[in-house]
Design a protein around this ligand. Structure first.
Ligand code: COA
Length: 261
């Protein structure tokens, strides 16, 4: 992997932590940060040793405070669709990744930051987390999937409110709306929670985990029959060595040893 300027990576056990590292700009996503995210996720797809990914922001103040508004002056009606589609493609790469991804939201998750958190499979917030899609304040709308995923996660009426007012949502509200899975006192506790969740998942059969991700994502893909996707995924699981091992381990009253095969 080429030298990363905007992300720092660390691996503990089988969990990769990706930290967006532009603290002076509240970790805003500029073009090169997005390109680095794409590169890192492409490598996660190929790395069987990584059983879970955490995305977080450097510092205590922000997860990601949005797309980098400093780059917005270059946007016009001709190039903005590509800008949006390229961002959407990177976030879909995260959403469709067969390795579970948890966002540890440690402060502001605004605009593209909220969209990034929502593209992850789960979210754990620190108590100071603030979510929002404030794009309307700039005369635009979210372009990295925010209108879709916010509606999927919190429902249409609430999504309309936050998308049209640009208001920020505190962590308690995000928890009660189901936008986040857990709220913890601070970033450290939120990291611990994410590690706990990913540790549990890491002990399961990796092929089954990847197919859970495909099947749940199918709910939101209008071109796909989710029940058919589920049936195909179920059949695929039944052809794996891990299924043989899982069933045998149950009968023998022992812990299964899954190999991802
Ligand atoms: N893009 C580029 N730079 C950003 C940014 C963004 N989305 N969000 C924050 N920054 C920069 C600020 O310009 C400032 O840089 P500077 O010190 O060089 O002037 C630095 O990060 C700190 O931000 P600041 O606004 O001074 O912090 P604050 O505590 O007063 O306010 C926020 C925090 C999050 C409320 C405020 O930064 C904000 O509203 N950011 C934009 C959020 C947004 O609209 N995101 C969606 C974009 S589509």
């Amino acid at each position: 992997m080429a030298d990363l300027q905007n992300l720092s990576l660390s691996t503990e056990g089988s969990i990769l932590t990706i930290t967006i590292n532009r603290e002076s700009k509240l970790n805003a996503l500029n073009t090169s940060t997005l390109a680095e995210l794409k590169e890192v996720f492409n490598s996660v797809y190929d790395d069987k040793d990584i059983k879970g990914v955490i995305i977080t922001g450097a510092g205590e103040k922000a997860f990601v405070a949005g797309a980098d508004i400093g780059e917005f002056s270059e946007l016009n009606e001709m190039n903005a669709r590509k800008f949006s589609e390229e961002g959407q493609e990177i976030f879909q790469l995260i959403e469709n990744c067969h390795t579970p991804v948890v966002a540890v939201v440690n402060g502001f998750a605004l605009g593209g930051g909220c969209e990034l958190a929502m593209a992850c499979h789960m979210r754990v917030a620190s108590a100071n987390a603030r979510f929002g899609q404030p794009e309307v304040n700039l005369g635009i709308i979210p372009g990295y999937g925010g209108t879709q995923r916010l509606t999927q996660l919190i429902g249409k009426g609430r999504a309309f409110e936050y998308l049209m007012t640009g208001d920020m949502m505190d962590a308690n509200t995000a928890l009660s709306y189901g936008l986040v899975n857990y709220m913890e006192a601070d970033k450290e506790a939120a990291m611990d929670k994410a590690i706990e969740i990913l540790g549990k998942i890491g002990a399961k059969a990796p092929i089954a985990i990847g197919l859970v991700i495909d099947s749940v994502n199918a709910v939101f893909n209008h071109d796909e029959n989710g029940y058919q996707t589920e049936a195909n995924a179920f059949a695929r699981c039944c052809g794996t060595e891990d299924f043989t091992e899982g069933a045998a381990a149950f009968m023998e009253k022992r812990t299964p040893e899954f190999k991802g095969e």
